[in-house]
Design a protein around this ligand. Structure first.
Ligand code: GDG
Length: 469
């Protein structure tokens, strides 16, 4: 039994830090992202611990303290990374939870590894949580942790947040592990989803697949046969809005934004896409729309430039190698067919950038293209809106969680290439007054609903579940 127990324990697939080299030494560096910022703000007045994988196969490093947080690495063997993470999480669950954009693969070995790793997370969480403490579990990789943890520590409040969509029951029921996943989640007191529709999909799956003998669903509460009640509702995630507003306003970022435009030959219209290189993000559809607009002469390659940041992701999986090949072939064809000498039509960047450079790209862009085929929320859309108060335009897919909140965006259905092309042109050609009106409303929305607000809302919902706060 460890000496320290904690009021709030976060369990996520990854720790909020990465291994980095500094002056020949190996050190832990805080990973970028809103989740870490949000957790810092809610942990500042509590005793907090975070458990997760360190990113390296093999034995886990010893637990350590960083930025006032106790970090507890979980070991994953090379086989577990292949079967639990790349296999079950990203080969079975990810496609099913994202509308089967690529077919899902099921292997019994993957499922067994998922259960084994979830058990490990539950055991460590059970060791670290204080009496009557709170455990907040994150995401699709850890759906069995709530039940396993409740068996070990019935005194603990357990919440789970799903960063990705929850699929309609017709898709969810393809999973061989479906009942175990639902029962795993029902061990929680509160389940948070990005959209109301995701929470409804979950409750419908419980009703339909577990049936009256195992569950009763009343309003947003699911009651299991043993009398335990679990509330499932929407708590949409957001970004560190103030952080982005401040960063975007710094002279360094403003100057860099002007420099980026100058490097591209000061185009009249600068378009931007920022995504993990994932088949869910609709990069292929976006490029097809742009390619057709150029081919038809409706976009002028001298006056319009497009930057696509595609951050490397899950590179050992075949579907990700395939999307990379497709994207790179299309970019190269567009550039070959349309670019003037020295100023490519598409600037394709397959790597990561520091936050400041990302902010400069957001500031520089006249039109942001966010066209996923399915996305839990999409933080990039909110970051772009935070970086602009009355300029710029956002083209946003209806299939993102963000579309529920950012209603003044130029909404599109990325499957409908003809209409998407029209929407892109409308965003490019919109009058400054219309752009300002839309952007101001969206900017206000992300200022009011930032990631701190999200974390506090989740924890209040969890503390008061199954009642509504
Ligand atoms: C999952 C869900 C949900 C990207 N490249 C760089 C960089 N980024 C940052 C972006 C943004 C984040 O990464 C990506 O967030 P998204 O929401 O767009 O997408 P997922 O990674 O798929 O996240 C998603 C999210 O969880 C939260 O719940 O919204 O639906 O799929 O913040 O700016 N940041 C830096 N350099 C890069 O090169 N610094």
């Amino acid at each position: 039994m460890p000496r320290d127990r904690f009021d709030l324990v976060i369990a996520a697939n990854r720790l909020p830090v990465d291994r980095a080299r500094e002056g020949g030494r190996s050190v832990w560096r805080r990973s970028p992202g809103g989740l870490v910022t949000a957790m810092e703000s809610v942990m500042s007045d509590r005793d907090g611990a975070w458990i997760g994988w360190s990113g390296v196969a093999g034995r886990a490093p010893a637990p350590f303290e960083q930025d006032g947080m106790h970090l507890h690495p979980i070991a994953l063997s090379a086989d577990e990374i292949r079967d639990y993470y790349e296999g079950f999480s990203n080969g079975s669950l990810w496609p099913i939870y994202h509308d089967v954009i690529v077919p899902a693969t099921f292997k019994r070995r993957w499922q067994a590894a998922y259960e084994q790793v979830n058990q490990r997370f539950a055991e460590i969480a059970a060791e670290l949580a204080a009496d009557g403490g709170t455990v907040w579990v994150h995401d699709y990789q850890l759906q069995q942790v709530p039940r396993l943890l409740r068996e070990l520590r019935p005194d603990v409040r357990i919440g789970w947040f799903n960063h990705i969509p929850f699929p309609p029951v017709e898709l969810f029921m393809q999973l061989p592990a479906r009942d175990g996943l639902l029962r795993g989640l029902l061990g929680a007191d509160f389940l948070g989803f990005q959209r109301l529709a995701d929470a409804q999909n979950f409750r419908r799956a419980c009703r339909q697949l577990l049936g009256d003998e195992q569950v009763t669903v009343r309003g947003d509460v699911v009651r299991t046969a043993d009398g335990h009640e679990c509330r499932a509702a929407a708590v949409p995630i957001s970004i560190d809005t103030r952080g982005m507003v401040e960063l975007a306003a710094t002279p360094a970022v403003q100057e860099r934004a002007a420099e980026i435009r100058a490097q591209l030959g000061d185009p009249e219209h600068l378009l931007l896409g920022v995504d993990r290189l994932d088949y869910t993000k609709g990069i292929r559809h976006r490029l097809k729309a742009l390619e057709e607009l150029h081919r038809e002469g409706r976009l002028d390659a001298d006056r319009t430039k497009f930057i696509q940041v595609a951050t490397p992701s899950r590179e050992r999986l075949e579907a990700y190698q395939q999307i990379r090949d497709d994207v790179e072939r299309t970019v190269s064809r567009i550039n070959g067919d349309h670019s003037p000498i020295g100023a490519p039509t598409v600037t394709y960047l397959h790597r990561s950038f520091p936050r400041e450079e990302m902010a400069a790209m957001f500031v520089a862009a006249d039109v942001m293209l966010v066209t996923p085929l399915r996305d839990g929320m999409n933080l990039v859309a909110k970051e772009y809106v935070a970086a602009h108060d009355d300029s710029g335009a956002l083209v946003l897919s209806e299939f993102t969680g963000a579309a529920t909140e950012l209603k003044q965006a130029f909404l599109c259905n990325p499957h409908d290439i003809a209409r998407t092309k029209q929407t892109i042109l409308r965003a490019i050609d919109a009058e400054p007054r219309e752009r300002a009106r839309r952007m101001r409303a969206m900017h206000r929305q992300v200022l009011r609903h930032d990631v701190q607000h999200w974390a506090e809302q989740f924890l209040t919902d969890l503390a008061t579940a199954p009642r509504q706060p």
